[in-house]
Structures are given as structure tokens and as C-alpha cells.
Design a binder for this molecule. Structure first.
Ligand SMILES: [Zn+2]
Length: 403
């Protein structure tokens, strides 16, 4: 028996040969098990069909950069920033990532799992079907393992697809301020082997930035992770250009993320590589900054650009990909079609998943969103409202706002 989404309005597909997003109109996407089998011009009827009733249909979002494993929200800092305090001043007073580390070390694993599961529910309902999720608020062997186990358990039996990243190198913890080499040795000798042996992550990320991890330290941590089979993603050139983009190319990372301060040499290096530039404009927005990543310059150089949410309790308390798309159009000067590519197939490439998710085409997983919209431009245009009509995950309807 055939099944799928019928009575499509406008919909987006990916032309593999031209490497371009294309616009379809009408017809039916036919599913086989959890995959898209083919496209048909016909319209079908019957209970087995999901009727889009002429609505716009897109691939589910691939959000390739999030930090959902946190124990406490930080709305007091939000208020303080609004009153003129800087992120750096708040951090120096014991706020910032330090307060997240204290809370994470104290929380019980089951409680953390439950918090993360609720976040996954909301993220899926907003149209994200594939999610990267990082640890990084524990910064001890035990609390990093606790974070990754909590992410793993929250994802079990959940419809959203979760891909886990070990981010023990998110910061240098306070107790190692005077002996950072010692913490790096623990990362390399104890934490990475423990994470890899317990199969708790696919990727390893490092915050490569002035005042956090240097280029040489990042290289050392990344090489150790690669020797255990983990793939690399980097927080690179966010505030200062330290050469993080070039390092990402040198170590064949899947992505270099942030890049607000990337140099021209960094852009050239990325353009000659397969490394995806993952831009996170939600962070620039939420911190009230004005230095947006040079998206057009990257694209014109030939770099693959993805957009992700960077959902985290400090610098961006939002996982709404439509809102990230709005920022992409206004501040990164991408067209609506370019932002759609950046949040779907390019997000998948940033996770090494571009042959199975992020596009409505045969052989890809049947992960789609039906929108209360007529066309692709309306999704970033209607900002601040959830226009999701229904989310389809692996061929089945998982949530809907209305019937
Ligand atoms: Zn991040």
C-alpha cells in the first residue's frame, strides 16, 4: 500500500547534480518505510495519505550546533545584559558558563535527562528533525559522561534524531586555571578514551578562541579524538581571528562554527576544503552584538555555509530555526532560498549526513514539515510565530498544531 504526503503546495527539493535547491509545485511524495521513494504528479486520497491541503512543504531542519545539556536557565544575566553589563563582566562576577558548570555538576542524571527530553519535544515541534547535541557544562570526567548519557537516554525512543558531541574542551574549568596543561592531559588521556569506549559521542568539539583553547591545544585535543574515531567540529574565530578556520581545514574537521572574526586567509583555506562554515546568527542577536559573520563573502569564495541555532542558556536561548532564517535574510544578506539550503542539506553536511537527511528526494529519510504558509519565503518572513502545521518524522506524523 502506498503512503506519503499528497496534495502538496509548493515544496523544496535538492538537485544533486546542480547542487542547488529547487522549487516543486503540487503532486505527492511517496514514502517507502522511513524513506522518500519517489515523487508523483498525481494527487491521492485515503486514510494512509497525509494531506498537505496545498500547503508549503519543506525538509525537516537539520540543526547542527546546539548545547541542550544544561541544568539551569540564566535569565538574570539576560536582564543584566539588557541593563548594559557585558557578557565578560557577567562572567567575571561568577555568571556565564561558570554558573552553568556549577549547576550541571550538582544535578541528578535522571533529572537532567528529563529536562533534555522536554527540550527535544519542543525542538521537534518547531520543525527540527535532526539535531546535534553537545555536552560541555560539566568539565569533569564524571559530569561530562553524565551529560552524554543524559542526552543518549533522552533521545532513546524519541522521534527526533540526535547526534552527540563531546565538548569537554568548552572552557578550562576554574580548578585548572593555574594548570591548564593538566586539564588538557585529562581530556586526552582519560575523557576522550572514556567517551569513545562507551560510544557516547560521534563528534568532538573544541572552543578554539583567544582566552579559551589555543591553536596548538586545539590541534592536540582534536588529534587525540580522531585517534579514537571521533569526527571533529570546532568553535572557531568567534571573537578574534586566531586561525581556527585554517586549523579546521588542516585537521579535516566537518565544520568550523561561528566565524564572525574569520580572516581572509581563513576564508581562502575553507574555500579549498570540504569544511562547512556553520554560522550562528542567533548568538550575535541575543548578545546584542553587531559583528555578523561574513556569510556572503564566504559563499562568494565557494564555501558551503550552514546555519544553526547554537541553542544554549547563555548566549542564545532559542532553538527556532525559522527565526535563525529570519536573521540570515536580514543580517547575513542571504536569500530565502539560500537560508533554506543552509538549514537543511548544508546542516546535514556539517554532520556528515548529507546523503541521508536534509532533502526531499528519493533515498532520503522522510523527514518533512508542512507549513501554514504558501511558499518558502513566508517561513523566514513571518517571524516570531510558529507556522508549523505538522512535522513528519521517518514517514510518520509526529506532532501537529491543528487538524
Ligand atoms: Zn556553541
Amino acid at each position: 500500500m502506498l503512503k506519503g504526503i499528497t496534495n502538496l503546495g509548493q515544496w523544496l527539493t535538492w538537485n544533486e547534480k546542480k547542487q542547488a535547491m529547487e522549487i516543486g509545485e503540487g503532486g505527492t511524495l511517496i514514502f517507502e518505510a522511513d524513506q522518500i521513494a519517489e515523487y508523483s504528479n498525481s494527487v491521492y486520497s485515503g486514510n494512509e495519505w497525509i494531506d498537505a491541503q496545498g500547503r508549503f512543504v519543506s525538509p525537516g531542519f537539520v540543526d547542527s550546533h546546539t548545547h541542550p545539556a544544561f541544568a539551569a536557565t540564566r535569565e538574570m544575566e539576560f536582564e543584566q545584559r539588557g541593563q548594559g553589563k557585558t557578557y565578560q563582566e557577567i562572567a567575571a562576577a561568577g555568571g556565564g558558563i561558570r554558573s552553568s558548570v556549577t549547576a550541571l555538576r550538582q544535578i541528578d542524571e535522571d533529572k537532567l535527562t528529563e529536562l533534555i527530553r522536554l527540550r527535544f519535544d519542543q525542538i521537534l515541534a518547531s520543525g527540527t528533525t535532526t539535531l546535534e547535541a553537545k555536552s560541555g557544562y560539566g568539565l569533569t570526567l564524571e559530569s561530562e559522561l553524565k551529560s552524554l548519557r543524559a542526552i543518549t537516554k533522552a533521545a532513546q525512543g524519541h522521534s527526533i534524531d540526535v547526534h552527540r558531541t563531546f565538548l569537554g574542551a568548552h572552557e578550562v574549568p576554574d580548578e585548572f586555571r593555574d594548570g591548564r596543561e593538566h586539564y588538557i592531559q585529562i581530556l586526552v588521556d582519560e575523557m576522550i578514551p572514556a567517551v569513545a569506549n562507551a560510544k557516547l559521542a560521534e563528534y568532538c568539539d573544541v572552543f578554539c578562541e583567544e582566552g579559551v583553547y589555543t591553536i596548538a591545544e586545539t590541534r592536540k585535543i582534536a588529534r587525540a579524538a580522531q585517534s579514537y574515531g571521533l569526527k571533529i567540529k570546532l568553535h572557531a574565530d568567534e571573537f578574534v581571528s586566531t586561525g581556527g578556520a585554517q586549523l579546521a581545514v588542516e585537521i579535516e574537521a566537518l565544520s568550523a562554527d561561528h566565524l564572525m572574526a574569520v580572516s581572509d586567509a581563513g576564508i581562502r583555506a575553507l574555500a579549498e576544503s570540504e569544511v562547512v562554515a556553520t554560522l550562528l546568527p542567533g548568538t550575535t542577536f541575543f548578545l546584542g552584538q553587531s559583528q555578523w559573520a561574513p556569510a556572503r563573502k564566504l559563499m562568494e569564495a565557494g564555501v558551503t555555509v550552514a546555519l544553526a541555532s547554537d541553542f544554549n542558556p547563555g548566549s542564545n536561548m532559542a532553538f527556532s530555526m525559522p527565526f535563525i532564517m529570519t536573521l540570515g535574510v536580514i543580517y547575513l544578506h542571504l536569500t530565502p532560498l539560500e537560508v533554506w539550503q543552509a538549514v537543511s542539506i548544508n546542516g546535514a553536511k556539517a554532520l556528515g549526513l548529507q546523503s541521508s537527511v536534509g532533502a526531499l528526494r528519493p533515498g532520503f529519510r522522510a523527514d518533512c514539515v508542512i507549513w501554514n504558509c504558501n511558499n518558502y519565503r513566508q517561513v523566514p518572513y513571518f517571524y516570531g510565530v510558529n507556522q508549523v502545521h505538522a512535522v513528519i518524522k521517518s514517514g510518520a506524523r509526529v506532532s501537529n498544531q491543528e487538524e
